[in-house]
Design a protein around this ligand. Structure first.
Ligand code: I3P
Length: 109
């Protein structure tokens, strides 16, 4: 699966709250393959990126859980991703169909 999403970091992979200044929403071109969610600046970045770039913005989704972020009311079509290494992110998708599709893809790969 691939597509543009907005992402906000809430908790870093050390389990600590993402510091102020790094908690903003940012757009990424997101691709999911081999249990890894790759976040690229855009589609061009997706095609051109070197392995090192990929690793930098990669989220391992093995033992991760995606759920609708019903408690987050500032934006629509948002899901929460909790990873095995205790990181937590919010992702905003374009509509309810995309929201469910990302959640199912992440949880059932
Ligand atoms: C954050 C940014 C986010 C905001 C977050 C801010 O500032 O304004 O949009 O989250 O609030 O800390 P920065 O870009 O300087 O990190 P919301 O959009 O959800 O309000 P937060 O600290 O309450 O998460």
């Amino acid at each position: 699966k691939k597509g543009y999403v907005m992402r906000k970091s809430c908790v870093d992979s050390n389990g600590k709250k993402t510091p102020f200044g790094k908690r903003g929403w940012k757009m990424f071109y997101c691709t999911l393959r081999d249990m890894v969610l790759y976040l690229h600046k855009d589609e061009h970045g997706f095609r051109k990126s070197a392995l090192s770039d990929n690793l930098h913005n990669a989220i391992r989704i093995h033992h991760a859980l995606a759920t609708k972020a019903a408690d987050y009311t500032k934006k629509q079509h948002v899901f929460r991703l909790q990873t095995a290494d205790q990181a937590e992110y919010l992702f905003q998708t374009s509509d309810s169909k995309e929201l469910q599709s990302w959640i199912d893809t992440i949880n059932f790969v």
